[in-house]
Design a protein around this ligand. Structure first.
Ligand code: SF4
Length: 368
């Protein structure tokens, strides 16, 4: 069955945040135009006239709102030229508060966008400044209100474990997020990544991530946000279908620099450098830097890890049908090395408990 999910990576940000190692850069003159032309070529070459019908589409980055409204019109025209959409398709766009404009929102409303995911990160001005964000808390509030007033499902990303972040400070950010009409809240723990200005920070300065995460797991469900994945909470029924497709091992196309695709058992990654990506397309070739055909055993292990990200976990029957009894047993025995308080196992399958979610990385490394 052809993929029904499309991810488009916009590799630009207005400024790099101090902690960020994502594939994005401040665009030089002409690079946004180059990117849009190259993206159109990627679809031409990838699809060769076939029109796929999408159930989900996600435009992320980087910062999609680093594209101007006029550039957004061009992006929309390119996508419409190549894809059809299912009647209830979920279309998500990421936005940063400082660059989100009324024009962006209008274009998205007139197009097919159903969800807007805003990079809020914190409602504390001092934390935002420290991170090098270009917005303050009021800017985040205005962006959320503007997106809500257009009728979108609105989500926010928040970061915990920041330098000198107090438990109370994190609590206030969570409290505010839970009272702003959001339907989705994603939580990320700060990690100190190589090659970023914060790479050499002393880890002792970081806020207590374990306590912050525990608090979120306790607090958000009491405000109507159910945890459905390790880092994601949503009003029931408003979970991200696009991301759930990744976790349920569905196929997808990733377009744009550094984007990853997974189709027909093959995972491939585009060149991260915009220049290299565009050059490859200019020469008529797909801009693939690396690809990997997953063996049955590797697929099974990855599928188990992806499924365990979600609270629904691994469904034994489906898993065995697809990967066989032996692979299922091997996942079960990996799990048995951990205390029972971290996971549940029964005839239906295996799933992590709340406690298990808190140490999920350790569990996954045992399975992989
Ligand atoms: S806006 Fe997002 S993608 Fe861009 S530098 Fe900051 S964290 Fe990274």
């Amino acid at each position: 069955m052809p993929p029904k999910s499309l991810y488009i990576h916009v590799p630009f940000c207005e400024r790099k945040c101090a902690y960020c190692a994502f594939a994005s850069a401040v665009p030089k003159k002409g690079e946004r135009g180059l990117y849009l032309e190259a993206l159109a070529k990627e679809f031409d070459i990838r699809l060769r006239g076939t029109r796929l019908k999408l159930e989900t589409c996600y435009v992320g980055g980087g910062t999609p709102t680093a594209l101007s409204p006029a550039q957004w019109n061009s992006l929309v025209a390119t996508v419409e030229k190549h894809f059809d959409f299912a009647p209830a398709a979920e279309v998500t766009v990421e936005a940063n508060p400082n660059s989100l404009t009324a024009e962006h929102l209008k274009i998205w409303r007139d197009w097919r966008v159903t969800r807007v995911s805003i990079g809020v990160q914190s409602f504390d001005d001092a934390e935002l400044k420290l991170m090098g964000r270009l917005h303050d808390a009021d800017g985040a509030r205005r962006a959320i209100a503007a997106a809500l007033s257009c009728g979108f499902d609105v989500g926010a990303d928040l970061i915990f474990g920041l330098p000198r972040q107090t438990f109370r400070g994190w609590g206030l950010t969570l409290h505010e997020a839970a009272h702003r009409g959001l339907s989705h809240i994603s939580l990320y723990q700060l990690t100190l990544e190589e090659g970023t200005p914060w790479a050499s920070l002393d880890e002792k300065l970081l806020g207590d991530g374990y306590a912050a995460y525990r608090w979120a797991q306790w607090y958000l469900p009491r405000r109507g946000y159910a945890q459905y994945e390790v880092a994601n909470f949503a009003v029931p029924g408003r979970e991200s279908r696009h991301n759930a497709n990744y976790w349920r091992e569905g196929e997808y196309i990733g377009a744009g620099p550094a984007a990853v695709s997974y189709t027909a058992g093959l995972r491939s990654k585009n060149y991260g450098s915009l220049a290299r990506y565009a050059k490859s397309l200019e020469e008529g070739a797909l801009p693939i830097e690396e690809s990997e055909e997953l063996t049955a055993e590797k697929s099974a292990r990855e599928a188990a890890v992806l499924a365990l990200r979600m609270t629904e976990g691994v469904f034994a029957e489906n898993f065995i049908k697809r990967y066989g009894e032996k692979n299922y047993r091997s996942v079960c025995s990996a799990m048995q090395k951990f205390p029972r308080a971290l996971y549940e196992i029964d005839n239906r399958g295996i799933r992590l408990t709340k406690k298990g979610m808190r140490v999920a990385n350790i569990i996954w490394s045992e399975i992989i």
